[in-house]
Design a protein around this ligand. Structure first.
Ligand code: RP5
Length: 186
């Protein structure tokens, strides 16, 4: 089924955000999926963080409501294709992360997308209020950066090099704040 094939490679990683054709590194560890191309600006920061950590990923559109068969196939095949984590962003009645989680045992990180008249709170509640048994790790509204960092932590729990990169990232954050403190005290 042509609709269910993995996304095709595009020119560059996070730059794929300018297209809707999808992007994939050769052997992605993280899948970034979203309900609509209108979600792309919200999800792009996740791609940028994964680029920074040199974690291979794929990025594509997969709607729970408009392409349910594609979503089910994506979720069922994800682990077999080598993915270790799925980041799923959606807005409004945001069923994508939960439905994907129901069709895979991979960890799923949900990103509530802002944009509806309810400003993303609808999406946040839709994603975070999963019923018992099917967990979705939910980040804050539009916080795709944290979704990527969580995915990297999941990978880092079994990959020492990635864990070391995360520790360096945390040190950079600390230094950034300490630098600001120094500046204020000057
Ligand atoms: C959701 O509906 C998508 O995740 C998106 O956030 C929202 C609006 O989609 P479009 O009408 O912009 O395609 O399924």
């Amino acid at each position: 089924d042509a609709l269910c094939t993995p996304p095709r490679p595009a020119a560059t990683a996070a730059a794929a955000g300018t297209t809707t054709s999808g992007f994939s590194h050769p052997q992605p560890l993280v899948g970034i999926i979203m309900g609509s191309d209108s979600d792309l600006p919200t999800l792009l920061p996740a791609a940028r963080i994964l680029d920074t950590f040199k974690i291979p990923y794929e990025l594509t559109i997969c709607s729970a409501h408009r392409t349910p068969a594609r979503m089910v196939t994506y979720a069922k095949e994800a682990a077999g294709r080598g993915l270790r984590c799925i980041i799923a962003g959606a807005g409004g009645a945001a069923h994508l992360p939960g439905m994907v989680a129901s069709e895979t045992t991979l960890p799923v990180v949900g990103v509530p997308v802002k944009g509806s008249v309810l400003d993303g709170v609808d999406s946040l509640y839709s994603i975070v209020q999963m019923p018992r048994g099917i967990p979705v790790a939910t980040v804050g509204i539009a916080n795709a950066t944290n979704a990527a960092l969580l995915a990297i932590r999941i990978i880092g729990s079994a990959t020492p090099e990635t864990a070391a990169d995360l520790a360096a990232y945390a040190r950079d954050l600390e230094n950034e704040v300490l630098h600001k403190v120094d500046k204020m005290e000057e």
